[in-house]
Design a protein around this ligand. Structure first.
Ligand code: 5GP
Ligand code: ZN
Length: 111
């Protein structure tokens, strides 16, 4: 399958990997929107959050986000964890990913 994040997860395209386990890979976003901007993806291909129905995988992704937040030192200062879904959500890569953003004050509402 010609999917960018599948290829990154398999190591076929380089990325700055920060965390991995048997289900999940986390790597720095190529175009960071904050001092810390990490993407957390499942190793298996899922188009978006709408395709996620495995509770163990859902928890593994959230735990990976918490682990990276602690390792990056933004657990105390705070962070934002989000996933864009579909066109109105602003999803540009059709492989489920959480954005972990921190290291600066986030705004609300988002743009
Ligand atoms: P989305 O817009 O789908 O929510 O997020 C996709 C994210 O993937 C964007 O923040 C974009 O900067 C990031 N991205 C796109 N291509 C690459 C790439 O080749 N490597 C990495 N590390 N990030 C990428
Ligand atoms: Zn994929």
């Amino acid at each position: 399958m010609n999917c960018l994040f599948c290829k990154i997860a398999r190591g076929e395209i380089p990325a700055a990997r920060l965390y991995e386990d048997d289900q999940v890979v986390a790597f720095s976003d190529l175009n960071p929107q904050a001092p810390v901007h990490v993407l957390i993806v499942p190793r298996i291909h899922l188009d978006s959050l709408l395709a996620l129905d495995d509770p163990a995988l859902a928890l593994a992704m959230l735990n990976a986000a918490k682990t990276v937040a602690r390792e990056k030192g933004i657990d105390e200062t705070g962070f934002r964890l989000l996933t864009n879904v579909g066109e109105d959500g602003g999803q540009s890569v059709p492989h489920l990913h959480w954005h972990l953003l921190g290291g600066r004050r986030m705004e609300w509402p988002p743009g």
